[in-house]
Design a protein around this ligand. Structure first.
Ligand code: ATP
Length: 245
């Protein structure tokens, strides 16, 4: 049984069809890449899974539960956490407090310090210890992205949605990110859906890759299969080559 199954999902915004009859499935423990040119519908899919949007038709099942009938605030409690394309942190809270929000989003009230323990553990895991008492304002962008990732992990998810984690990072940071993503799966028993424009990163960490173009799924397969697919090459022509670093 798939951990996440997106079944024939369509989402429109007025006259714009952001997703048209899209299906994809993630098996437990997989890292799955979701790629496509700008405006292909990748973030819309994340927003549908996390219930910021409702589909016009189709179903999304997580662990056999129908997410389209689940209120947004329950999504994280079910075990789904995400990061955002543009880092979204609570600016008036310290880095540690941001992580505490993540940790407490899945805990019951009066959980006897467990939230703090989980937040501190993630602070150390992502080497953010020295920033714990700092406000996000003024921290380097790469650090802010790690804070956002740590906040998602502090909720102890089973499914992690990463929306362009490499966006805005320098070459060295992108290289480190590939290792971080692989370690996350191993250390926290995670299943990961990764939206990313950085092709060498997607192709190096993903077990399978799905490709969207103008809201439609045009290809699915192993990284090698997708890179050799003529429809994918055509979709990217003029934008970037799928095998470019
Ligand atoms: P990018 O790689 O540039 O982030 P994307 O693949 O994530 O693109 P989406 O952000 O999902 O693409 O957008 C898909 C289409 O839906 C685009 O045409 C976009 O303008 C439209 N769209 C997305 N969200 C909304 C919204 N809230 N209102 C109106 N149109 C929207």
């Amino acid at each position: 049984m798939a951990l996440l199954a997106v079944e024939n999902v369509t989402r429109r915004f007025g006259g714009i069809v952001a997703l048209a009859d899209v299906s994809l499935a993630l098996e437990k423990g997989q890292i799955v890449g979701l790629i496509g040119p700008n405006g292909a519908g990748k973030t819309t899919l994340f927003n549908l899974v996390t219930r910021l949007y409702r589909p016009n038709s189709g179903r999304i099942l997580f662990d056999d539960k129908d997410l389209t009938r689940t209120p947004a605030y329950r999504i994280v409690r079910l075990g789904i956490a995400r990061t955002f394309q543009n880092v979204v942190l609570f600016q008036h809270m310290t880095v540690l407090e941001n992580l505490l929000v993540g940790a407490h989003s899945r805990l019951r009230p009066f959980s006897g310090g467990r939230g703090r323990k989980q937040a501190l553990q993630m602070l150390e895991y992502l080497q953010l210890g020295e920033f714990g008492e700092r406000l996000p304002g003024g921290l380097p962008f790469g650090t802010l992205k790690r804070v956002e990732l740590a906040r998602a992990l502090a909720a102890r998810p089973t499914l992690l949605l990463l929306d362009e984690p490499a966006g805005g990072l320098n070459h060295e940071e992108v290289g480190e990110l590939a290792d971080v993503i692989r370690r996350l799966r191993r250390d926290f028993d995670l299943t990961i859906l990764l939206v990313e424009h950085h092709m060498s990163l997607v192709m190096s960490v993903s077990d399978r890759v799905h490709v969207l173009n103008f809201g439609r799924k045009i290809a699915e397969g192993t990284p090698g299969e997708v890179q050799a697919n003529p429809a994918v090459i055509e979709a990217y022509l003029g934008a970037e080559s799928v095998d470019a670093a």
